[in-house]
Design a binder for this molecule. Structure first.
Ligand code: ZN
Length: 92
């Protein structure tokens, strides 16, 4: 199920790597309209991302640091797009 996005430029920062991993497992996604990252609140996807961080961290990064980076990204991402108004969705 894991797909490698080869068309994307190499992620050079640890945070960029963590975002990439989280996107690939489906733990976060980008708003199609605005491009904001959204946390999908999927515990299984998160667990897969942590697994990858522990088993396959980027070169010269410890599994602990990779796992912490994934956690940091999850902490910093909200579960809604700031530009998609929740009020509009509720009105439907
Ligand atoms: Zn949006």
């Amino acid at each position: 199920m894991l797909m490698i996005c080869e068309r994307r430029p190499t992620t050079r920062t640890l945070r960029g790597w963590a975002i990439h991993v989280l996107q690939e497992v489906g733990a976060i996604r980008e708003c199609e309209e605005h491009g904001w990252m959204q946390d999908r609140a999927d515990p299984h996807a998160r667990e897969r991302a942590f697994d990858i961080a522990r088993r396959d961290p980027p070169a010269e990064v410890s599994p602990q640091a990779a796992e912490a980076a994934v956690r940091d990204v999850l902490d910093s991402i909200g579960d809604t797009c700031p530009e998609c108004s929740p009020d509009e969705e509720n009105r439907r």
